[in-house]
Design a protein. Structure first.
Length: 135
């Protein structure tokens, strides 16, 4: 019996399909989900999410959020998520440099803004690592 995976961000539904397995980066390490997995709610960490379907692997960069496993349905509610083939390496590098510059030059920063910029830098790093790993 296959799993149903849905990955949603505040902007869009990034992925929705029936799959064989998924490996999700969590704050406690990577977890592999197979059909029949026990119910689970976990916090998603910035990292690489791997989907396997019909013997083929597909990779996505995800940034923060939560994953819920209920029966054979896996729902990932992420702050950010993008398919590997959609990553624009140059645009990501530029965004990362802007965020790093802002972090370095800010004298006083609201804690929420600091956390947001640090998250952007981590997510950009994940995207770049994923894109460069598969060349």
């Amino acid at each position: 019996m296959p799993l149903t995976l849905e990955i949603v961000t505040p902007e869009a539904r990034v992925y929705s399909d029936t799959i064989d397995t998924v490996v999700i980066p969590t704050v406690d390490g990577e977890i592999g989900i197979l059909p029949g997995h026990i119910p689970l709610l976990t916090q998603v960490e910035h990292g690489e999410l791997c989907v396997t379907k019909d013997g083929q692997s597909k990779f996505l960069a995800v940034g923060g959020g939560f994953a819920q496993i209920d029966g054979d349905k896996v729902s990932v509610l992420a702050e950010h998520a993008i398919n590997e083939e959609q990553i624009d390496e140059k645009a990501v590098e530029e965004a990362m440099k802007r965020a790093e510059r802002e972090l370095a030059t800010a004298k006083v920063m609201d804690p929420q803004e600091l956390e947001h910029l640090q998250g952007l830098v981590r997510y950009a790093g994940v995207q770049l690592a994923l894109k460069r790993k598969r060349r």
